[in-house]
Design a protein. Structure first.
Length: 79
């Protein structure tokens, strides 16, 4: 059986994209184990949506040159 996780804790820097190889695999394994065991996982959906709203505020602020409040964006998506 192919074990894609045999080199846990070893990362290779992908300078073109800025992602460390192995990190995504570790995140995926962590999430899968949480689902299989019924355990908690982080980040959850709400935290992901909050992060999205922060990034949207950054984008809108860059486009307009003005500060953008995050609370109205959270209201738009029901958080």
């Amino acid at each position: 059986m192919f074990d894609m996780y045999s080199k846990r804790g070893v990362y290779f820097n992908n300078e073109v994209h800025g992602m460390h190889y192995g990190e995504f695999a570790n995140y995926t394994e962590y999430f899968a184990q949480a689902l299989l065991s019924g355990g908690d996982y982080s980040p959850g959906l709400a935290e992901g949506l909050e992060t999205f709203c922060i990034m949207e505020a950054v984008k809108r602020s860059a486009q307009t040159g003005a500060p953008v409040k995050i609370a109205p964006l959270l209201d738009e998506i029901g958080l």
